[in-house]
Design a protein around this ligand. Structure first.
Ligand SMILES: [Zn+2]
Length: 267
């Protein structure tokens, strides 16, 4: 069974949930996408019952704190397990080529040398260019540059084993050049910073983010079947699902999901 496990659903500023990241389960293995902003990734993995020994592939979308710093923890914790003989095989990290040096700089400054030495041997960094494909578990995702104006960022699209199209658009609104990657997606993961009606409070557009209504309109135009919205503010976290779903529903005819952290989807 292929399963999507949403580990975090918040934007960078949240305190009531974790930063946006997720894992795809295929068989006994997991493909992790981003890792949130820190040590909280360990808690989310524990709560989701994802053993670190079953993660051999991680994709990092971009350099921002709420996506990258959890990666430092993943590297540290898996390196420790490798040293202890508790992790079989190699860890593969995928990211756009300009991201490798910033990541390595932080790793070198914060992770013990004996762990850093595993990089290039047991921990492999795979630089990606726009349009590159990689073999990850049973998948062959195509990575694409979302052409962010804030920091270079990649998304990806892939066929699931069941033939369905799965597209991750990063943490910015899907724009025209990404449409071919998202058109007709069975599963489309898209950010929604806040409700459209709260746009004057959170000012999503000046931060290159979007709202529930607009994300739904884009997904409708692209004939998406299942839309997952995340990377949100968390002021009214308890009622977020209800409020966001209510706003988005009139603009999107497919299945709209606004998951809480740790929700799971059979893909
Ligand atoms: Zn973000």
């Amino acid at each position: 069974m292929e399963e999507l496990i949403i580990l975090g659903t918040g934007n960078a500023n949240v305190t009531k949930c974790y930063n946006t990241c997720f894992a795809i389960k295929s068989g006994e293995e997991y493909f992790l996408v981003d890792a949130g902003g820190g040590n909280g990734i360990l808690r989310q993995l524990e709560l989701a019952e994802i053993p670190m020994e079953k993660i051999h592939h991680i994709f990092l979308s971009h350099e921002h704190t709420d996506h990258l710093l959890g990666m430092i923890w993943m590297i540290r914790m898996i390196a420790q397990r490798i040293k202890q003989g508790k992790y079989e095989g190699k860890l593969h990290l995928y990211m756009h080529s300009d991201l490798i040096e910033p990541l390595m700089t932080i790793v070198r400054l914060t992770v013990q040398g004996k762990f850093v030495k595993l990089i290039g041997d047991m921990i492999l960094l795979h630089p990606l260019e726009d349009g590159d494909q990689a073999q990850i578990l049973d998948y062959c995702p195509t990575f694409f540059d979302i052409r962010s104006e804030k920091a270079k960022q990649y998304g990806f699209t892939m066929r699931l084993l069941n033939g369905k199209k799965f597209t991750f658009a990063g943490d910015e609104p899907c724009r025209e050049w990404e449409y071919p990657y998202a058109e007709g997606a069975d599963w489309f993961l898209h950010e929604a910073f806040c409700l459209y009606r709260d746009r004057e409070i959170y000012k999503p557009h000046e931060k290159f983010h979007t709202t529930v209504k607009e994300a739904c309109e884009t997904a409708e135009k692209l004939h998406v079947k299942n839309l997952i919205l995340y990377h949100t503010e968390d002021r009214n976290y308890e009622n977020r699902k209800e409020l966001y779903t209510a706003e988005g529903r009139p603009y999107f005819s497919g299945n709209l999901y606004v998951p809480y952290d740790l929700e799971r989807f059979e893909l």
